[in-house]
Design a protein around this ligand. Structure first.
Ligand SMILES: Cc1ncc(COP(=O)(O)O)c(C=O)c1O
Length: 392
């Protein structure tokens, strides 16, 4: 074991440790410490949507000349600029932005806002979903977290998949007592291996939430900023959420930032009664990077989204032609691509073999996850797919 590895094992906790030391990144590629090049179909899990070392983002970092820090109670013009930008691009009537450092904090703020606004205490989410790792959002994720963490939030209820028309009656049973503050979900559930809900479910969900006064919270932390072929996955279903949670690709990876964006009414309740001071939420440098990244996406939205759809078709076609031990279930929406191989050990083995062969992808339970950047170079896409095929 190298000295670095020994120190790492002793001093640094790692989540899902993978034996891969990153030394650099550019475009579609990561480079390890020995200079070996890898095609990146993970992009930091929906972070590097614009590709690594994107000039617009590097320039925002290098050229930054603002204050080191701004106290949250002060006024800062770029905060207003970013808030207006996010209000304009996010789906539905949401417009009031609350600053956060990342995704967990953004979803926490959403839970708080929903409880304050409705005066209700129950929360509803999708069983086994993931919305981050603070205690509040762990409470709305997989129920099995309760086995190891005994004091999660009470009154958190779960709706099990499949999310089809039949699930609506189960949903209504939960909502009809008018005591559920919020229903929280990723509109396309990337954390469940790209689970794509049926459109009937999403239409009914919106309708039932309105009917029973439950706020609809779209966690677009992973799906946001173009991943599913729309700027936001809510758009795929015509969803008009009361709250949208953002992070990850909002900065393209150049800095850390999160946001909870609420409708004017929900925002007002939260602003009056909520607790949302965030010391490093929207740090000036992160704000500059987010503005550059969102501007890039908005300016080129049409071209980028058409490109995502075309590339998605290419991936689908190639994946459909590959020979797996068992026919896989392909769950593809834009460049959120899940290949369910029905066996977690096999999925992990393929992932590890791919890495040895120069391709980075993720294995989540029984599903291989492919999340390349939005403008993935076609040659890199084809090379990555060839490596994958050779590793099956
Ligand atoms: C859908 C979703 N919500 C929230 C989070 C939490 O974000 P963060 O890791 O920035 O706290 C994640 C992280 O993977 C996520 O995928």
């Amino acid at each position: 074991m190298s000295t670095m590895r020994r120190k790492e094992a002793r001093f640094l906790a790692r989540n899902n440790p993978v034996d891969f030391q990153v030394a650099g990144s550019a475009g579609d590629h990561l480079f390890d410490a020995a200079g070996k090049r890898y095609i990146d179909f993970l992009t930091g899990w929906c972070v590097g949507n614009l590709g690594w070392a994107r000039p617009e983002i590097r320039e925002a970092i290098r050229g930054f000349e603002g204050p080191d820090y701004v106290y949250p109670g002060f006024s800062y013009a770029p905060w207003v600029e970013l808030a207006e930008l996010l209000a304009k691009v996010t789906p539905g009537p949401v417009e009031k932005c609350f600053r956060a450092t990342g995704g967990s904090e953004a979803v926490e703020l959403a839970l708080q806002a929903a409880m304050i606004h409705t005066g209700r205490r129950k929360l509803l989410s999708i069983e086994d979903s993931y919305h981050g790792n603070t205690l509040g959002v762990l409470s709305i994720g997989a129920s099995e977290a309760r086995d190891t963490i005994p004091n999660l939030l009470q009154n958190c209820h779960k709706l099990a998949s499949p999310l089809d028309a039949d699930a609506l009656s189960r949903l209504e049973t939960q909502l009809r007592h008018r005591d559920v503050a919020a229903f929280v979900m990723e509109p396309v559930i990337i954390n469940l291996g790209v689970l794509i809900p049926e459109p009937e479910f999403m239409t009914g969900l919106q309708e039932l939430c309105r009917r029973y006064g439950t706020l609809l919270v779209a966690d677009e932390v992973a799906t946001g900023f173009g991943r599913t072929g729309r700027l936001f996955a809510s758009e795929l279903f015509g969803l008009e959420p009361d709250i949208v949670c953002l992070s990850k690709a909002v900065t393209g990876g150049g800095a850390g930032l999160g946001a909870m964006v609420a409708s004017a009414e929900v925002g007002e309740s939260m602003e009056k009664k909520g607790s949302f001071y965030s010391t490093y939420g929207w740090h000036p440098l992160s704000t500059a990077v987010a503005i550059a990244s969102v501007r890039y996406l908005v300016r080129d939205e049409k071209r980028l989204m058409e490109g995502v759809e075309a590339t998605s078709g290419l991936f689908r076609q190639r994946l459909e032609g590959m020979r797996f031990p068992e026919p896989p279930e392909l769950r593809i929406r834009g460049l959120a691509m899940g290949v369910d191989v029905h066996d977690p050990d096999y999925a992990r083995r393929v992932r590890d073999r791919c890495r040895e062969g120069g391709l980075i992808l993720s294995a989540e339970d029984t599903t291989l996850l492919l999340l390349p950047r939005l403008e993935v170079d076609h040659a890199a896409a084809l090379e990555g797919l060839e490596i994958l095929e050779a590793c099956l």
